[in-house]
Every structure is written in C-alpha cells, then in structure tokens.
Design a protein around this ligand. Structure first.
Ligand code: DAH
Length: 355
C-alpha cells in the first residue's frame, strides 16, 4: 500500500509540473510499460494476503485510472499547444503571385458549342435543349417524316424498345418541335446537343453533335436564312469574306430545302476556309414545312421561317485542324492536352472567339 501512495504522489507532482511530449512518453512507459511501476504492482496481486487483496486491487485500479487520465489530459493539452503554434507560424502570403492551374482542358467540341452559342446570341437567338432519349413522334412524325418515309432508314436509328417508340435522337431537329409546342411564336432559337446514328468510320461516329437553328416569325424568307448563315460562317471561321453556295436538296421538314457548301483551298498542307475552288458541305437548311407548323399548332398562313442543322464536330475539325473524328471521343489525355482549351478562355464575339 505504501508503494502505491508513493507512486501516486511522485507522479502526480511530475505530471502537474511542466512536461514536454517526450517526458510524458517517458512517464507513460515508467508506469505502464512492461516492467513499469503500475504494471509490476498488478503482477503482485496474486501474492498478497487474501484479506488485503481486494482492497489493494481496487486501490491500484483507482490509481491507474487517475494517472492514465492525467497523462491523456496532458497529451491533449500538448497537442493543442502544438496545433496553435503551427497555426501561428503557418501563414499564407496572399501577396505572392498565383501559380497557373493548367491541369484540365476544355474539349474542342465544348469550346465550339460555346463559340456557336456566343455568335448566335449576338443576333438574338436563345439556346434551347432537348433530351437525348426522344420519342418517335418528335424525332420523325412531327417533322413531317411519316412511317415508311425513306428518310427514316437513312438515319440508322438506335431504337430503344421493340415498338420503336423510344429512340436516341438522330438529329437535334426534335428540339424545334419541343420548343414550338411549349411556347407561342415568334421563335428564334438554337439547340446544340448530342445526336446518335449507327455509323462509324473516320468521319462518322455513332454519337456526334449538331446544332439546330429555328427562326419563325410573320415575315421571314430565304433571304434571312442566307444572311444569318453567312454571318455565322464568317464569325465562326473568323474571316471577312466567305464563298458559300446553296445546293437544292431535300429534307422532309423543310420546303424548299438546301445544303450549304463553303469554299476552301489547301495551301502548304493547310486548309484555308472561304477561298479557293473546292467545296465542303457543312449544313442542311430550308424553310420550315407548313405541315411541321401545323403539327405544333402554328398557323402557316400567318407564320413562316427557316431552320438549319449544322454538324458541330465537323466545324470543330475544320477550324482546329483535327483530321480524325474518332479522336474526339477516345478520351486520350495527351490529345486533349494538345487540342483542348484553357478553361478561362471563354469565347466571346467581343474579344475574339479563339485565341
Ligand atoms: N436534321 C438534319 C439532319 O440531321 C439537318 C437539318 C436539315 C436540320 C435541314 C434542319 C434543316 O433544321 O432545316 O440531317
């Protein structure tokens, strides 16, 4: 018993004084280590006379808990002191110049969509979106493409159910329908997004991107369409002059319909847009078919307008000199590092689209 009292008073004094971390650890091992003072007392229990054993054991446990509690308290205190000292010392010098953070790059397709949206917003178009999973009606029927229409086969559609009611949209044109169904004319929108067709080679990917354009009002004609597209192409390719030709074509949802080619030439292995005697097809367009307007409860005697559909990936390839479409979707980090854009380089017409 005498031993216990001595241990207690000796170590209480020690722990109440000023101790550092290594001293505490030393005390801990002196008391509770394999041959520590407290541990040895525990080993002694069996040899103590029966009448005193119970009291001894309970005193011992009491002292053990008290000392252990004190040690833990001291450790916690020291930890706090250490943290506070660290916080005092560690200061961020906000006057230091920032380090440029250049890990992530914006994908050329995203950048191109931003550029397109910026250009069209300057002339009053707003941006609409529609879902990738469409119904058959919006994708075909409402767009004047009835069952058995050959255009349905040409679209290599991914159907999602046996009855062919749900599909992955084959173009962004169904967003025309969604927009006109939910609002009243006039309409002046673009709708960029993903589209899907079962097709894959160097210039086709089963998932690709289009932007749809739609302008419906009381006095819109083909001249407006030409003006709008020629403005867009010039802005997009950042050229002053552009050679453009409208080739008669057919789409079920427009009448008349046209495909638009732009002139280009190859100089020193580089493609120059807007000049030369070669032609490149970049979009489909036309005056919205009266049947489409009727399908969305717009009176074709009062309202008419134009629509167009542009392949976004194609435009990005031309503008940024990328020659394999499939690379867009390979997720190769090195490719993205090379062709990607700085996240802070947000396109705007005012300060130039691409820098
Ligand atoms: N949807 C057509 C396609 O994917 C492109 C298109 C052509 C859209 C003419 C239009 C349009 O809005 O008027 O091939």
């Amino acid at each position: 018993m005498h031993d216990l009292k001595k241990i207690k008073s000796e170590f209480l004094a020690k722990l109440k004084g000023k101790v550092n971390l290594s001293e505490i650890n030393q005390i801990k091992s002196n008391l509770f280590g394999k041959n520590g003072l407290i541990s040895s007392q525990f080993k002694k229990i069996g040899s103590i006379e029966v009448s005193r054993r119970k009291k001894f054991a309970s005193d011992l446990n009491f002292i053990k808990d008290e000392l252990q509690g004190l040690i833990n308290l001291k450790l916690k205190e020291l930890e706090n002191v250490e943290i506070n000292e660290k916080l005092e010392k560690e200061k961020i010098d906000i006057t230091l110049p920032e380090r440029p953070f250049v890990r992530g790059r914006i994908h050329p397709v995203s950048q191109t969509i931003d550029e397109i949206s910026s250009i069209f917003s300057e002339i009053g178009f707003s941006v609409e979106e529609g879902p990738d999973v469409e119904n058959e009606y919006n994708n075909f029927t409402a767009l004047n493409t009835p069952d058995n229409h050959p255009a349905r086969d040409m679209h290599d559609t991914f159907y999602l159910d046996e009855k062919k009611q749900k599909l992955l949209r084959t173009h962004t044109s169904p967003v025309q329908i969604r927009t006109m169904l939910k609002d009243k004319p006039p309409f002046k929108i673009i709708a960029p997004g993903r589209t899907y067709r079962s097709d894959s080679d160097q210039t086709h990917s089963p998932m690709f991107h289009q932007v749809e354009g739609l302008h419906i009002d009381t006095n819109i004609n083909m001249g407006h369409l030409k003006g709008c597209l020629s403005y867009f192409i010039k802005e997009f390719f950042e050229v002053k002059k552009i050679k453009m030709r409208f080739r008669p074509s057919h789409f079920p949802f427009t009448e008349p319909s046209a495909e638009v080619d732009i002139g280009y030439e190859i100089k020193d292995g580089k493609i120059i847009i807007g000049e030369g005697d070669k032609w490149l097809e970049i979009l489909g367009c036309g005056m919205v078919h009266p049947n489409v307007l009727r399908n969305v409860k717009v009176d074709p005697a009062k309202y008419q307008g134009y629509a167009f559909g542009i392949g976004i990936d194609r435009l990005a390839m031309l503008k940024y000199g990328i020659n394999d479409l499939r690379a867009f979707f390979d997720c190769d980090y090195r490719w993205l590092n090379h062709f990607g854009f700085d996240p802070l380089d947000v396109p705007s017409n005012y300060r130039g689209l691409s820098r």
